[in-house]
Every structure is written in C-alpha cells, then in structure tokens.
Design a protein. Structure first.
Ligand code: NAD
Length: 246
C-alpha cells in the first residue's frame, strides 16, 4: 500500500475530486483527515468509506476560517503526531462575464480557491518542517493556465495556486517538502453538472480523448504526487484533461 501509515489532510474532501481522493488514499492505507464545510456530505463520505483499509477522520473545516484551521490542525497533530500529506482541493466557482461579475463573486472565489490554499498550507507547513518531510498537492485547473471566458475570478485563483506551488517548491525543498499541482480539465463532479448542455457539448468537442474525466482519474495522479513514488518531483503542474490543452 502506497500510503500506509501516512496522515493526509484533504480539504473539500466530501464531494467530487476530494471524495475520490479520500477513498483512494484509504485504499492505499492512509489515515485521511477529511475537511469540508458540509456536515451532511462528510457523514455520507464516512458511510461510503466503511470497510476500506485506511481510516477517515472527518472535520468541519472551512478554508477561509483561519481560527478553525488552526484548531483542527493542532488537534490532528496532537492526535496523530504528524501530517505527511496535504491536498488543497477545496474550490468553488461563481461564473460571470467580466463586465457583469459582482465584486462579491470575485471576493468569494479568491477567498476560497486562493487564500484558502495559503491559509491551510501556512498552518500545516510548520509541522512538516519539524518532521523534515511532507508532500503538498494543490488542485489548480487548466483554466489557471489557459483562461476561460466567464471565469475571471476562477482563472485568477487557479493561476495564483500555480504561482504559490512553484514558490513553495523552491522555498521548502531544503526541508524535504515537495509541492506540486494538478490541473484537471473537465471532470464529472457536482461542480460541473450544473453547466448548461451547450457549454458541455462545446467542451467535449475540444477534448481529444472524446470524453470528460472522472474524479477517480484525478485522484490517481494526486496519489502519485502524494506518495513516495514521486520522491524526485517538485514544482510541477500535471494536466489531467484528456489532451484538452495539448
Ligand atoms: P465539488 O463541488 O464536487 O467539491 C468541492 C468541495 O469543496 C465540496 O465538498 C465543498 O463543500 C467543498 N468546499 C467548498 N467551499 C469550501 C470551503 N470554504 N472550505 C472547505 N471546503 C469547501 O467540486 P470538484 O469538481 O470536486 O472540485 C474540487 C477541486 O477541483 C476544486 O478546487 C476545483 O476548482 C478543482 N477542479 C475541478 C474541475 C472539474 O471539472 N470538476 C476542473 C479543474 C479543477
């Protein structure tokens, strides 16, 4: 098992990509600290995870609430003694064309997708520095690299995540902490199911593999980056997009 004995904190763990990653990490023997704002979804995650080899420990964790993050991280370290892996996955969209985008939509997306990644990482990294070991995987997006009409706020947040990934990879390499990102394309999750049929068709026509991705396919790449199999990989952004951006 590739994550046997590892303590892994995943944000936005109760749905879509975060949920698939939690279940896969457990199959690989991890103890997953599953953070999310949805109590209901956390409860069903715990039910779904029953019988898997690892362990899931759910927490209400809002990545915009620095006091709450501090409290959860301290509790986890008290309980398990360490945090080996951090997956910054929590994310939201509030789409609108530039001229119509409300300031609160800009603020909400930047606050969760960009500042949220900063908040959680800043609280976890001191423990990784102490243990001189850690792997951080940030969930960015192809939109952060190539842009997308209607997603000014989202593109800015996801491009920012790539900037932080590369900065932290350089800053923390000397402490044996690796930092990488994934850039998923169009993945079938609750985030994308509300998109209008026209937008889905247009997206599909641009994907060389001819289909949308599954959350489990993103989770497999996150697993690789989280595990020791990628021990010489840091500062990278790996696309998981069916060839969308070749
Ligand atoms: P999702 O909506 O299924 O899951 C997101 C999870 O994050 C939910 O459980 C939600 O409750 C949680 N969340 C929202 N705000 C939070 C907060 N403030 N604190 C903690 N948790 C919070 O979406 P998904 O598609 O699984 O997205 C996961 C990540 O993947 C996001 O960062 C998203 O931007 C990114 N992504 C998704 C796609 C896609 O096509 N689905 C593509 C590229 C990148």
């Amino acid at each position: 098992m590739r994550l046997e004995g590892k303590v892994c904190l995943i944000t936005g763990a109760a749905s879509g990509i975060g949920k698939a990653t939690t279940l896969l990490f457990m199959q690989e023997g991890a103890t997953v600290i599953a953070g999310d704002i949805s109590k209901e979804n956390l409860d069903s995650l715990v039910k779904e995870a029953e019988g898997l080899p690892g362990k899931v420990d759910p927490y209400i964790l809002n990545v915009t609430d620095r006091d709450q993050i501090k409290e959860v991280v301290e509790k986890v370290v008290q309980k398990y003694g360490r945090i080996d892996v951090l997956v910054n996955n929590a994310g939201i969209t509030r789409d609108a064309l530039l001229v119509r985008m409300k300031e609160e939509d800009w603020d909400a997306v930047i606050n969760v997708n960009l500042k949220g990644v900063f908040n959680v990482t800043q609280m976890v990294v001191p423990y990784m520095i102490k243990q001189r070991n850690g792997s951080i995987v940030n969930v960015s997006s192809v939109v952060g690299i190539y842009g997308n009409p209607g997603q000014t706020n989202y593109a800015a947040s996801k491009a920012g995540v790539i900037g932080m990934t590369k900065t932290w990879a350089k800053e923390l390499a000397g402490r044996n902490i690796r930092v990488n990102a994934v850039a998923p394309g169009f993945i079938e999750t609750p985030m994308t199911e509300k998109l209008p049929e026209k937008a889905r068709e247009a997206a599909l026509s641009r994907i060389p593999l001819g289909r949308f991705g599954k959350p489990e396919e993103v989770a497999q790449v996150i697993l690789f980056l989280a595990s020791d199999e990628s021990s010489y990989v840091t500062g990278q952004v790996i696309g998981i997009d069916g060839g969308l951006v070749i």
